[in-house]
Design a protein around this ligand. Sequence first.
Ligand code: PLP
Length: 458
Amino acid sequence: MTGRKIFLNTDEMPRKWYNILADIKMNPPLGPDGNPIGPEALAPVFPMNLIEQEVSTERWIDIPEPVLDVYSIWRPSPLVRALALEKALDTPAKIYFKDESVSPPGSHKPNTAVAQVYYNKEFGIERICTETGAGQWGSALSFACSQFGLECKVFMVRISFDQKPYRKSMMAAWGGECVPSPSMATKAGQEALSKDPNTPGSLGIAISEAIEAAVGDETGKTRYSLGSVLNHVMLHQTVIGLEAKKQLEKVGDYPDVVIGCAGGGSNFAGVAFPFVRDKINGKQIDIYPVEPAGCPTLTRGPFVYDHGDTARYTPMLPMHSLGHTFVPPPIHAGGLRYHGMAPTVSQLVAEGIAEPKSVTQVSAYDAGVLFARTEGIIPAPETTHAIAGAIEEAKKAKEEGKEKVILFNYSGHGLLDLAAYDKYFAGEIHNIEMSDEDLQSSEEVFKDFPTPEALKSR
Ligand SMILES: Cc1ncc(COP(=O)(O)O)c(C=O)c1O
């Protein structure tokens, strides 16, 4: 029998994160007046130690010992050779996936949640507010807060709050408080509800609510935390790709193709950035973020300056965006329903280092079910997008007769997403694509903002 899993020992876990800001040039975030903002502008929102990490250009950053200690609950995560999927596809390609579903909340999200809570605690913060789409981030942050003894409040996008009630139970088990967004507790929530009382909500609105709740706490002991998009979140996730690289070395392989699904960009960044560094240094690798056709931020949204949230509380970030007021259609991959994309991932796409792809909702579920019936584990709806991307590459390898090595990130399990699978089996999952008219009208909101191109020539 051929072994499927490649393990590392605890003492082989990476002890430093890789910071891509050492290797690419980025445009700065802009304040309301259109001028670059300094770190101090973010101080009411994040603790200063995380802000320093956000702007650091040091290539390697030490993972603190208490973070490594919590990581060791589930890390190093296994790298798995998808032998049964390869057989079903009759492909000469080798398919490997990095299994991030083995964490207590069931996804990659605690890689940054644990780090962020640790730095907040070090800074003297006692309470953290956040938003969550599918509920994975809210449960990851609740888990991390319970490890370090902080309070956690989560604004959960209404459609997911209704579709995924057990995520709320997980948050409660770890002591987190979860409310549906939009809520009447914040100005941003009230405004969204006054525009549409039946809105499914969006990550953009929930982010506004969580920032407002954090900044509005007069004790000064509350901060906001974001589960994706920002540089420090991408940094913490690189533990995924760094481990995967060591594991592949153990079996003498190196990827020709690296794939991750992309919502705000963090699990994609986690698996891909350590390989992006190799690509910048001359290696030939295809690097694909895969997103839903219903929320095509990278594949159809332009590279612009835009806000990360609907109420425009965040600075303007240089990123691919569908517009901060865009409420994505209620696709089941809740964690991929975000109008923007991490500036670092957007920059790699703008430079042609990463090439985005999109898949339809039905083909993502087709891929997820094939995966469940071959590899045995049931993926999160978000993760099915990466699987669809890997299957496409494996089929291409068969056509070309090439023994390619494909690596993708298995960002989370779908055991709390079974209602969506039921809909798929009942033929009730349909493809939703964004029309050109919708795209054009959603772009109206940033048409007067500076563009990253214009900023370069200032
Ligand atoms: C399982 C899973 N994968 C992927 C994502 C997308 O987020 P990101 O693009 O930041 O990895 C989410 C977000 O909630 C998720 O829960």
